[in-house]
Design a protein around this ligand. Structure first.
Ligand code: G3P
Length: 218
């Protein structure tokens, strides 16, 4: 499973990249605003700064909601850097835009996906990635992981090439469960990724190894 970090914070992206396990970055307008990145030109510069830190795919989201606007904006984003994947919302105009981008060879991430039906449409339009938001489903007492399982089944039934990018990952066990189900990618916060490192037996075992080494070499 590929690991993407879901943030526009350059320090956190650098920290995740330094771990040696980062495969890409996802952003959205809310994450950009959280970092105080505002204004068209600043946002574009920020995408380039992210691409300069990581080797993999960087999702950059369109903010137009009509087909022509999305196409213009998406083409400009794709031209920014070869690592950019154009993130498009799962609405009617977005679906048309994804189909258009697919024909143009522009890679896409279909975002704000909350149902199997939406994921099926994204795959038929040729989206490179589909982003089901598992945490936001959990927030409304609906099991987000079941959606990942169901999309996996449907995509495997028809051998769709669209990659399942589990998004709105909130914690470490979301990551583990996504890996068990067979999500292709997960995107989550640095804290959730670093949570995978932790085990008390690792800490106590290391403490004992170091203490025994110190005894024998003092
Ligand atoms: O990748 C989508 C993600 O940014 C949404 O996460 O935590 O706002 O639901 P969250």
């Amino acid at each position: 499973m590929k690991f993407f970090i879901d943030t526009a914070n350059l320090e956190q992206i650098k920290e995740a990249q330094a771990l040696g396990i980062l495969d890409g970055v996802t952003t959205n307008p809310s994450l950009m605003a959280k970092e105080g990145i505002t204004g068209h030109d600043n946002i574009l510069k920020h995408y380039i700064a992210i691409c300069d830190i990581v080797d993999g795919d960087v999702s950059a989201e369109v903010v137009c909601t009509d087909f022509e606007g999305m196409v213009k904006e998406g083409e400009a984003l794709a031209d920014l850097h070869p690592q950019i994947v154009v993130k498009v919302p799962m609405i009617k105009e977005g679906l048309k835009a994804i189909a258009y981008f697919t024909k143009q060879g522009i890679r896409t991430n279909c975002t704000l996906v909350f149902s199997v039906g939406q994921a099926l449409l994204a795959a038929k339009a040729g989206a490179t990635y589909v982003s089901p938001f598992i945490g936001r489903l959990d927030d409304i007492s609906t099991d987000g992981l079941v959606l990942i399982e169901d999309i996996r089944t449907v995509y495997d039934n028809y051998e769709y090439e669209t990659k399942i990018l589990a998004a709105s990952v909130r914690h470490t066990m979301h990551i583990v469960e996504c890996a068990k189900i067979g999500a292709d990618v997960m995107t989550g916060p640095l804290k959730a990724i670093e949570g995978l490192l932790k085990h008390p037996l690792t800490d106590s075992g290391l403490e004992k190894f170091l203490a025994d080494y110190a005894k024998g070499n003092s």
